[in-house]
Every structure is written in structure tokens, then in C-alpha cells.
Design a protein around this ligand. Structure first.
Ligand code: NAP
Ligand code: G4F
Length: 323
């Protein structure tokens, strides 16, 4: 019998890649979709899976809609990927971020506890919880120190997941994922902002790229690799928490260099530092230790940063070329 999965955030970057992976594995895939005034399913169309998913209208802030989706979909597995996921916006919308990224997790866990206690649960936790890092390489035992309303909200989501596992025996796992990117990444995130700008500048459609703190360092991987780790977590007998990362950290500056070199340009000729893109409190460096995911899940990242950036720039060259 095929399994059923419910994905919140199915229209996002990770939701689209995960939906594709689960469909390839023979799952019946359901997606929670929030009501919006314009189309949000473009990523699902890009991956050719839009018509293969059953959609449930709902919002993580609305407990009734979450309960209804869980009762109707009857999922074996729930992947909670829905979130206000842009760190920068979390200072402008701190309460929405807390409700959706924090309380929204409890809405799901309560629905599972009351109506579907055998359902396995994945929570999309984040390396942003490490924030002001307390160890050079962050793993599952590193203390947290979030630096944004987003990080604080996600920390609540992480601990309520651990708490419901320990309190009620739910199969609830928290994946502490470091930054992961793809051609489907939102344009507001720095890798995609850079790949899009490199393509536009190359094609004569833009003249400069305005960025904030280019000395910040991130551990960047490919989203297509990371959704595999999410699935693996829910296939384990015991629920647990896992860091998913590449173990390599790179500055925004060097990532720009890779993108611009790919189109034969020097980033220094185009990047302008603009104070509006600096954050009230910065996470200067993130570097994950994925040893536990490697040992227990048999998961390793397959895509290097240079391959990932090339993939993103090539996709943006094709897209911008058609505009
Ligand atoms: P994303 O592209 O921004 O997607 C977020 C998804 O959440 C979208 O489908 C969005 O729907 C949905 N959403 C937003 N508010 C909602 C609400 N109130 N109710 C229901 N759904 C809502 O994010 P992503 O990069 O795929 O990330 C997936 C998850 O992993 C997020 O929880 C993120 O915080 C977490 N995470 C991401 C990374 C990373 O590097 N990508 C790393 C660690 C953790 P619309 O399309 O309608 O806006
Ligand atoms: O691409 P970013 O906006 O991603 P950030 O803040 O690391 O968050 C992403 O990864 C988290 C995992 O660690 C996720 F939880 C979260 O949902 C999201 O997916 O910024 C990366 C770095 C930051 O240090 C930022 O200050 O790039 C720096 N940066 C420099 N100039 C910029 C810019 N970031 C953006 N978005 N735009 C700039 O112009």
C-alpha cells in the first residue's frame, strides 16, 4: 500500500522538491496551501508535479484549517515546511513570524496528538537557531543563541517538537538544516539575488548588484539533496533531531565571485555595498557538522557549492533570456 504524506509549505522551494521526491517514491502527496491573491504554484509546475498533488486550503495560523487538513488527508507522514522563512522580514513582521513559525507547529502537533497519533512528523528547524555560534562547528549538542525574530520563533518550533515527542511519544523529528538553495529559491535570498543579477548583468539588463554584509559566511547546500534527509528521518524507527549541512562554509563575497566568474565577469566591478541590506543583528558565520546524519541516516550532500551556483546562474540565464 502506498503511503500518504501531507506537506505544509508545498508551494515553497523545499515543498516542491520534496513533493517530487515523494511522488517518485509512490506516495499519495497532499499539500497545504494558504489562500493568496495570486498564483503560488509556479515551482510545482517547474518540476512538473502540480497536477499530481491533492490540495487543502489552510493556514498554519488557523488551527481549524490545520485540523481539517490532517483529518481529511489521513497522512502517514507530515512534513511541516510552511513558514515565514525570510530572516530579514522577521524584524518587520515579528508577530506573524512567531505565530506561523512557532505556534503553527503546535497546531500541527495538537492535530496529530488528538486525531492521528500514529502520524510521523517532520519539523523544518534551522541553523539560524545557532545564531551567535557557541561552537566552531555546530551539531545537535551545540547550545542555541538565535539572533532574529525568525530564529527565536523557530527555536520554539524545535522545542515544542521535542516536547511532544517526549510528552506524548509522537514520532516527531526536527531537522536542523543549514542553508540550502536551488534555481527555485526565492529571489530575496542572497544566492538567488546574486545568480539572477549575474545573469541580468551578463545579458545587459542590469548594471549593478546592491548587497549588505558580504563577509557573512554560510554553509550552503542543494535543496534537492536536503529533502532526501527529511524523508530519511521519518523512515527511522525512532524519531530524533539531526543537523543537515555540507561541513563547508563560504563568504557571500566568494559565492558572488563564483557566480560572476561563471559568466566571465568580475563581481568587484558590479557589487555595491548598501546599508539597507544589513540586518539589525547578524549571524556572521554558520558551519554545520552533519556527522550524525551521515552515520545514522546514511545521508551525505552530493552537490558542491560551485556546481550549485553554476546550476542557478544557468537557470537564470535561460529565464532572463526569455523575458
Ligand atoms: P520558502 O520557499 O519560503 O517556502 C515557505 C512555504 O511556506 C511557502 O509554501 C509558503 O506559501 C508557506 N507559508 C508561508 N506562510 C504560511 C502560512 N501562514 N500558512 C501556511 N503556509 C505558509 O521556504 P523554503 O526555503 O522552502 O524552506 C522550507 C522550510 O524550511 C521553512 O520552514 C524554512 O523556514 C525552513 N528552512 C529553510 C532553509 C533553507 O535554507 N531553505 C534552512 C533551514 C530551514 P506561499 O507560497 O503561499 O507563500
Ligand atoms: O540568503 P539569506 O537571506 O539567508 P539566511 O538569512 O541565512 O536565512 C536562510 O537560511 C536559514 C538557515 O540558516 C533559513 F532558516 C532561512 O529560512 C533562510 O532560508 O542571507 C544569507 C547571508 C546573511 O548573512 C545576510 O546578511 O547573506 C547576507 N546578505 C548580504 N547581502 C544578504 C544580502 N542577504 C540577503 N537576503 N540580501 C542581501 O542583499
Amino acid at each position: 500500500m502506498s503511503k500518504t504524506a501531507l506537506i505544509t509549505g508545498v508551494t515553497g522551494q523545499d515543498g516542491a522538491y520534496l513533493a517530487k521526491l515523494l511522488l517518485e517514491k509512490g506516495y499519495d502527496v497532499h499539500g497545504l496551501v494558504a489562500r493568496r491573491s495570486s498564483d503560488t504554484r509556479w515551482r510545482l509546475r517547474e518540476l512538473g508535479v502540480e497536477g499530481q498533488i491533492s490540495y487543502h486550503e489552510g493556514d498554519l495560523a488557523d488551527a481549524c484549517s490545520i485540523q481539517r487538513a490532517v483529518i481529511k488527508a489521513k497522512p502517514d507522514e507530515i512534513y511541516n515546511l510552511g513558514a515565514q522563512s525570510f530572516v530579514g522580514s522577521s524584524w518587520d513582521q515579528p508577530v506573524t513570524t512567531a505565530v506561523v513559525d512557532g505556534i503553527g507547529v503546535t497546531h500541527l502537533l495538537e492535530a496529530i496528538r488528538q486525531f492521528a497519533p500514529q502520524t510521523r512528523f517532520y519539523q523544518a528547524s534551522t541553523s539560524e537557531m545557532f545564531g551567535l555560534i557557541q561552537a566552531e562547528r555546530q551539531d545537535e549538542n551545540t547550545p542555541f543563541y538565535p539572533r532574529s525574530p525568525y530564529g527565536v520563533a523557530k527555536l520554539y518550533g524545535h522545542w515544542i517538537t521535542v516536547n511532544y515527542r517526549e510528552s506524548f511519544g509522537l514520532h516527531a523529528s526536527s531537522g536542523i538544516l543549514f542553508n540550502h538553495e536551488s534555481p527555485l529559491r526565492g529571489i530575496e535570498f542572497v544566492t538567488r539575488k546574486v545568480s539572477d543579477a549575474a545573469a541580468r548583468i551578463k545579458l545587459g539588463k542590469q548594471t549593478e548588484l546592491r548587497l549588505g554584509n558580504i563577509d557573512a559566511k554560510r554553509d550552503w547546500g542543494f535543496a534537492g539533496d536536503y529533502v532526501e534527509a527529511m524523508w530519511l528521518m521519518l523512515q527511522q524507527e525512532q524519531a530524533d533531531d539531526y543537523v543537515v549541512a555540507t561541513g563547508v562554509t563560504t563568504t557571500v563575497r566568494d559565492m558572488c565571485k563564483l557566480a560572476f566568474e561563471h559568466v566571465g565577469l568580475n563581481y568587484e566591478d558590479y557589487v555595491v555595498i548598501d546599508p539597507q541590506f544589513f540586518r539589525p543583528a547578524e549571524v556572521e558565520v554558520l558551519l554545520g557538522n552533519p556527522g550524525k546524519a551521515e552515520r545514522k541516516l546514511g545521508w551525505t550532500p552530493k552537490t558542491s557549492l560551485s556546481t550549485l551556483i553554476e546550476m542557478m546562474v544557468e537557470a537564470d540565464l535561460r529565464r532572463v533570456g526569455k523575458e
